[in-house]
Design a protein around this ligand. Structure first.
Ligand SMILES: Nc1ncnc2c1ncn2[C@@H]1O[C@H](COP(=O)(O)OP(=O)(O)OP(=O)(O)O)[C@@H](O)[C@H]1O
Ligand SMILES: [Mg+2]
Length: 284
């Protein structure tokens, strides 16, 4: 859920094309570590996200990806010694709260709220009058494949529709940086492919910067300008793979030699880390 605690201007006025190299660094993370009791989730993670970039993040289960998002969303502070810069300014994680829109791993729709009222939750919390927020969201429904469903409740929707409501809420809360934590994780392969193409369209139209966690290597390459591979816990960046594939990207791309070569590199890196993670958790 987006947590609108601060009223910070958005960068919608910036006309940064997602298809060109990013002109500026939006988020710079230096030496980010996070320890929970005797579990070290992250250890000295460095990453730089450019304005307008679509960066995907992959890594073994439990390596600290969601922890990283909680820090960037301002919900958790990293251990001492981390350097965070947002739009070129040093800050604490908590300063990012409200500057970033966040769709957590669980869609967190409120069962007693209709589609439209779930979609406006974050902007309503931010102070926008309900009627105005609803009017804004109504206009966006067709783009999110939800036209005519505004009065339905979450339990009346398919999994894909629920995820589109959660995405719509994240998009309505207009911030420079969007964090999407496995937004398509629960979808069947076909719906997922449709949603990926749709998300690319929406991203390009709305000029946002996206950090996107996934366990699906094809998805990471298909969507991303860069793929960050996180090591087994404690997580840090193992590999940063640029995806120099043309946009707009179509279904045929995934069978091209360039795509397959990137996939091979990624799979090797992930498999190595997954083995380490498996051995650490099973003792084998
Ligand atoms: N609030 C917390 N308190 C204690 N431990 C935590 C907390 N949040 C995360 N952890 C631990 O930190 C580690 C990393 O968890 P995290 O949820 O970031 O992994 P992940 O990479 O997102 O995994 P997955 O791919 O399964 O979603 C895990 O060992 C988890 O148990
Ligand atoms: Mg996670």
């Amino acid at each position: 859920m987006s947590l609108p605690l601060k009223n910070v201007p958005t960068a919608d006025h910036q006309n940064t094309s997602p298809q060109v190299a990013p002109a500026s660094t939006l988020l710079d993370l230096g030496g980010v570590s996070k320890t929970f009791g005797n579990v070290q989730a992250l250890s000295g993670l460095n990453a730089r996200i450019g304005t307008g970039e679509f960066v995907t993040v992959v890594g073994p289960s439990g390596c600290g990806k969601s922890t990283l998002f909680n820090i960037v969303a301002g919900l958790e502070e990293p251990d001492d010694g981390a350097g965070i810069q947002f739009r070129g300014q040093s800050c604490k994680a908590r300063d990012l709260l409200g500057n970033v829109s966040f769709m957590p791993q669980q869609d967190l729709l409120l069962p007693w709220r209709t589609v439209i009222d779930n979609a406006i939750l974050a902007i309503e919390m931010e102070g926008m009058p309900k009627a105005e927020a609803r009017a804004l969201a109504l206009k966006m429904l067709p783009e999110f494949g939800l036209a005519g469903f505004e009065k339905q409740y979450p339990n009346q929707l398919s999994g894909g529709m629920r995820q589109r409501v959660a995405l719509m809420r994240t998009f309505l809360f207009k911030r420079d940086l969007m964090l999407l934590d496995e937004p398509f994780g629960a979808l069947d392969a076909l719906t997922r492919t449709m949603m990926q193409r749709w998300l690319l369209d929406v991203w390009q139209k709305h000029n946002r910067t996206i950090l996107f966690i996934t366990h699906d290597v094809d998805e990471a390459i298909f969507l991303g300008d860069r793929v960050l591979v996180v090591t087994a816990r404690p997580g840090k960046i193992k590999l940063e793979l640029p995806v120099n594939l043309p946009r707009p990207r179509g279904a045929e791309l995934v069978t091209s030699p360039e795509f397959i070569s990137l996939k091979r590199t990624l799979l090797e890196a992930i498999e190595e880390e997954s083995m380490k993670s498996f051995q650490a958790t099973t003792g084998h």
